[in-house]
Write a protein that binds this ligand. Structure first.
Ligand code: NAD
Length: 370
């Protein structure tokens, strides 16, 4: 591999390849105008890999994902593969990558773009200017804890059980990601659990506090119970900067927070892992949305979530803050100019295709930073 930064692109199924095409347009612009050169590898995942190779993700693809500096993922799945056994489903591709790359911190920003403030179900005065980040622990907690199962009791009744477990190191590493992120933002972290009723929550709180005292005293730390956090996110979401929480609570709260922005086609995400032997952090970037089989092939998908995932990658994997901001500003300007894909269409706006949206982003990039 050369000296260039390396990137693995996995477009996947459905609208994945369509929206990824627009990322390539943005990447071409960076190469031409900013001399940003990635060595790009591309591969099949999900249903496309099942059709071509009989597996949702080939071992060589996983090996490549471990070698590169970052992975940009599209989306996988679709009705064609719905009847396959669990081990053969397209979604196994993303689960395998998360496991093999040890991706334990899921970052989901909830940002309200001013031109889309009316798209939220909350009042504009509550969500205008919203910019919060949820850091969800994503490889531990109750979804993975043991013992788990369903047993039959002596009286014949059934009993289902799962276990919430967190070891100190699992809490520390995700909290560290949150504190480091906060340092690049408003320097505020809110740690969320239910220490009032769960021992694992109490350990979570104590561990986050101890790490804060030891290494991150310059960041403001607060604690909140998860039920209150859900309420506060709807009541006054702008009070938060970075929220760090467990797998289960993060699952619920990040979905809630993403809907504050009102549109699935606009939401990027990142999943980060530990540092490898070369000191690089494994990382995968993908939009929140799936493969949208209902609109695949029609050329009408919103490419902005994928483009914004690319911007997140520039920021977190390559420390290219200026370029990331430029792309985000270009997206805001395109929206302010009244262009909309069908999913975010509003009164007095012009409905455009995936391609026209991507071209418009590049035109704005030319104006802003050409
Ligand atoms: P989805 O996110 O694909 O679609 C939900 C709705 O939102 C659909 O009406 C769709 O048309 C719309 N939508 C989504 N993204 C859009 C975009 N960029 N522009 C315009 N409209 C958009 O969720 P789903 O329908 O529940 O799932 C479809 C498939 O995707 C399933 O096979 C599911 O397993 C898979 N999925 C994959 C991922 C992933 O790859 N990480 C995530 C979620 C779902």
């Amino acid at each position: 591999m050369g000296a260039n930064k390396t990137l693995l692109i996995l477009p996947g199924d459905g609208i994945g390849p369509e929206v990824m095409h627009e990322v390539r347009r943005v990447n071409d612009w960076l190469r031409r105008k900013r001399a940003v050169n990635f060595d790009i590898f591309e591969d099949l995942v999900g249903g496309a890999a099942i059709d071509a190779r009989g597996t949702p993700i080939a071992p060589e693809t996983v090996a490549r994902a471990k070698e590169v500096d970052a992975v940009l993922f599209g989306s996988v799945g679709g009705p064609k593969w719905d009847k396959l056994g669990f081990d053969m489903r397209p979604e196994i591709a993303i689960l395998t990558l998360r496991r093999e790359l040890g991706l334990f911190a899921n970052l989901r920003p909830a940002v309200v773009f001013d031109p889309l403030v009316e798209a939220s179900t909350l009042k504009p005065e509550v969500v205008r200017g919203l910019d919060l980040m949820i850091v969800r622990e994503s490889t531990g907690g109750i979804y993975f804890g043991k013992p788990r199962g369903v047993e039959t009791l002596p009286n014949g009744e059934k009993r289902g059980f799962n276990t919430e477990t967190y070891a100190t190191h699992e809490i520390e590493r995700v909290a560290r990601v949150a504190f480091e992120l906060a340092r690049t933002r408003q320097k505020r972290v809110c740690s969320v659990e239910k220490a009032n009723v769960m021992e694992s929550g109490l350990l979570w709180r104590e561990t986050v506090s101890a790490l804060h005292e030891r290494e991150f005293a310059d960041v403001e730390l607060s604690h909140m119970y998860a039920d209150n956090c859900a309420m506060q996110l709807v009541r006054n979401p702008r009070q938060f900067d970075v929220i760090v929480t467990t797998n289960l609570f993060g699952d619920l709260l990040s979905d809630l927070a993403s809907m504050l922005t009102g549109s699935l086609g606009m939401l990027p995400s990142a999943t980060l892992g530990g540092l490898d032997a070369k000191g690089r952090r494994h990382a995968l970037y993908e939009p929140i949305h799936g493969s949208a089989p209902d609109i695949a092939g029609k050329g009408i998908a919103n490419p902005l979530a994928q483009v914004l995932s690319f911007a997140m990658m520039l920021r977190y994997s390559f420390a290219m803050e200026e370029e990331a901001k430029l792309i985000e500003s270009a997206c805001t300007h395109v929206l302010a100019s009244g262009l909309r894909t069908a999913d975010i269409m509003a009164r007095n706006c012009a409905k455009v295709s995936t391609q026209v949206m991507g071209e418009a982003v590049v035109r704005e990039l030319d104006k802003l930073g050409g």
